[in-house]
Design a protein around this ligand. Structure first.
Ligand code: DAH
Length: 339
């Protein structure tokens, strides 16, 4: 009996058919009520009881093998005439929609890449900070207005635990535990207690850069800024440094770049001045170095900090800051090509 099954199996395996009539004839021959496979099933009754356990499954297997084979033959003859030439069989059935990178991520990566070419490495710090790293170590006076409740989100008072208001806090964290030379870039999110509007948000993003070594001068800072501005906004970009004040730098400056919309001629975007402000910077105040156990007689450094939203606005003219955090796909999809 098993031999018979095997023989029929081989026979069915080698079947071919040219059209559906031939397939139907094969179906009748093998699978119809009076076909060869059901005939075997009838013979099964006369198989001795001790062989039934092996013969039964073999017949069942043969039946499904024959059914699959006939179905496959039918499918093959039915599709034969169809024109498949215009069909891409390698294409996925449901197209996968690629996401886009967030504009702030695109710009952050670009800033990091520019500073990396100058030998800066990334440093990160916590968003939940203490007073020392955000203010005291950075030479903020006890009554400095930035410490005010109106600017800072406090989580706890005495000892103060707060959401960092700037990424300058990472400067002191790194300086405290690193022997110069230090050359770091610190991207991160910062928080300020501001009413949310088109021009202000209670959280935004900054990138801080810090360079501390022997004989670092303002000329090093200026060249670094120049390189950054021209890499970021194009080789014709001009920079201008205006004296300013920050507790942690002395001297301090704010940097403007020539307006990249009008090329410096004056337009509505730069309010007719031809310049737009993009960052704060300066030479690290000796008090800050001292707070972080670095000898200001032996070392000097420069620092700079910029808002990623601001740089992104300059590059892409996003008018409303809220767009960055609303997850509106129509907005995000505009950056598909900017990867
Ligand atoms: N921390 C400043 C802010 O949040 C930005 C800044 C200004 C950072 C000057 C610096 C700097 O490192 O030197 O507005």
């Amino acid at each position: 009996m098993l031999d018979k099954i095997k023989q029929l199996h081989d026979e069915i395996a080698s079947l071919t058919a040219a059209d559906s009539a031939e397939v139907e004839a094969l179906r009748i021959k093998y699978l119809s009520k009076k076909g060869l496979v059901p005939a075997l099933m009838n013979d099964f009754r006369s198989v001795p009881a001790d062989q039934k356990r092996t013969v039964g499954p073999a017949i069942n297997e043969l039946k499904s093998f024959a059914t699959d084979k006939i179905n496959a033959l039918r499918e093959a003859v039915e599709n034969k005439g169809a024109d498949l030439s215009g069909i891409d069989l390698t294409r996925s059935a449901s197209p996968v929609r690629l996401g886009t990178r967030h504009p702030l991520s695109i710009v952050r990566e670009e800033i990091i890449a520019i500073f990396r070419r100058l030998g800066f490495t990334i440093a990160e710090g916590p968003e939940i900070e203490d007073d020392w790293h955000v203010f005291s170590s950075l030479n903020f006076a006890e009554d400095h207005p930035a410490r005010d409740m109106q600017d800072t989100f406090f989580i706890q008072r005495n000892p103060d635990v707060l959401l960092r208001t700037h990424t300058s806090s990472v400067q002191s964290r790194v300086m405290e535990c690193t022997e110069p030379p230090i050359r770091i870039i610190c991207p991160g999110r910062v928080y300020r207690n501001e009413a949310i509007s088109a021009r202000a948000h209670c959280f935004f993003h900054q990138v801080e850069a810090l360079y501390v070594d022997k004989d670092v001068t303002f000329a090093d800072l200026r060249q670094t800024l120049m390189y950054f501005a021209q890499e970021m906004f194009g080789p014709d970009t001009k920079i201008r440094l205006r004296p300013s004040y920050f507790p942690f730098t002395e001297p301090s400056a704010e940097m403007d770049i020539s307006c990249n919309l009008c090329g410096g001629k004056g337009c509505a975007f730069c309010k007719g001045t031809g310049w737009v402000e993009i960052l704060g910077c300066g030479m690290v105040d000796p008090n800050v170095l001292r707070s972080c156990k670095i000898d200001p007689e032996a070392y000097s450094g420069f620092a700079l900090g910029m808002g990623i939203e601001r740089i992104t606005n300059l590059k892409y003219q996003v008018k409303d800051l809220r767009m960055f955090s609303e997850n509106d796909v129509r907005f995000l999809e505009e950056f598909t090509a900017a990867h």
